[in-house]
Design a protein around this ligand. Structure first.
Ligand code: ATP
Length: 302
């Protein structure tokens, strides 16, 4: 049994399942530490995080030699505040999120965290400051405990449990056949979408990183799961710098800042009140279309 916790074996297994899966950047963030062999600049320094303000300055990016996807994006995500990215499908929201852990580097412009250009810091120190919760949480082969602890391998059992409690996952975990030792992943038990999301949030909470990147789920969960996931997210967002790809109008309305994107550019920026007041704005049009703040809102109708 002890062998099962051997990190090298765990990593080997993880890599096998990664190869089997369609590996895309979105999935990789969640396992930020496992992306191997990425070189730092020889003069790279450790990032020093204070309030954890993230700033994009005129960022341009294309995948490979393809068309430019980000065409000069600038915005500031204030430390400890929530910044919501909204805009039609293909606007470049996920691409922005993938530049922050440096899965890709901008072709021009820069990304600063607390004034430090992330191109000049070690990837390890950068990623230690980040947690990611994706739409489709990735659970690897192993126990529920292993999957949560993945957020910070040195976390104690008590810390894993505390994170699970905060993520509203503790009760459903205890209801599983072997509690925290219940196997999940391909050969383990099947969890509901909402349960997987709460495990992913617990993983982010145990990581306790100052910056949280969040890709909000578009698919509707059952009402009970939905409420639990919302509460778990509120815990995870509290006191952190959050950049969220927002699909729910309630998230957008509550954000400290909304960045409205279209075709690789920022077209509007402000709070819900400010943007809703602009009669011809993209955001105002969106808001009028969507009605109640509880509506699971997909911005793609724009
Ligand atoms: P959605 O809400 O649908 O996820 P988005 O605003 O997040 O949209 P992105 O996913 O960032 O937009 O995609 C922006 C553009 O980049 C799209 O045209 C997409 O096809 C393209 N793109 C995204 N990922 C890749 C990739 N790995 N390789 C090549 N092109 C990509």
């Amino acid at each position: 049994l002890l062998m099962a916790y051997d990190p090298a074996r765990r990593l080997a297994r993880l890599q096998v399942s990664l190869e089997r899966a369609v590996v895309n950047a979105r999935m990789l963030y969640e396992i930020l530490d496992t992306v191997p062999h990425q070189r730092d600049r020889p003069d790279a320094t450790e990032i020093k995080l204070g309030e954890a303000t993230v700033e994009l300055r005129d960022v341009r990016f294309a995948y490979g030699n393809g068309e430019e996807i980000l065409k000069g994006v600038s915005f500031r995500a204030e430390g400890g505040k929530t910044t919501a990215l909204v805009g039609p499908s293909g606007a470049g929201k996920s691409t922005i999120i993938s530049l922050i852990p440096r899965f890709y580097d901008p072709h021009a412009g820069e990304i600063l965290i607390d004034g430090q250009n992330i191109a000049g810091v070690t990837k390890q120190s950068l990623r230690n400051g980040l947690a990611y919760v994706s739409q489709q949480p990735y659970l690897f082969e192993g126990s529920i405990r292993d999957n949560i602890r993945y957020g910070r391998p040195e976390a104690t059992d008590a810390e894993v449990e505390e994170a699970a409690r905060l993520a509203y996952a503790h009760d459903f975990i205890l209801a599983q056949p072997e509690g925290y030792d219940t196997p999940v992943g391909e050969h383990g038990i099947t969890l509901s979408g909402g349960q997987r999301q709460r495990l992913s949030i617990a993983r982010a909470l145990v990581r306790d990183a100052p910056i949280l990147l969040l890709d909000e789920a578009t698919s509707a969960l059952d009402t009970e799961s939905e409420a639990a996931v919302q509460k778990a997210l509120e815990q995870a967002m509290s006191g952190r710098t959050v950049i969220v790809i927002a699909h729910r109008l309630s998230t957008v309305v509550n954000a400290d800042k909304i960045v409205v994107m279209k075709d690789g550019t920022v077209v509007e920026e402000g709070t819900h009140e400010e943007l809703a007041r602009r009669p011809d704005g993209l955001y105002a049009r969106l808001h009028n279309l969507q009605g109640s703040a509880d509506t699971p809102a997909e911005v793609q109708i724009l």
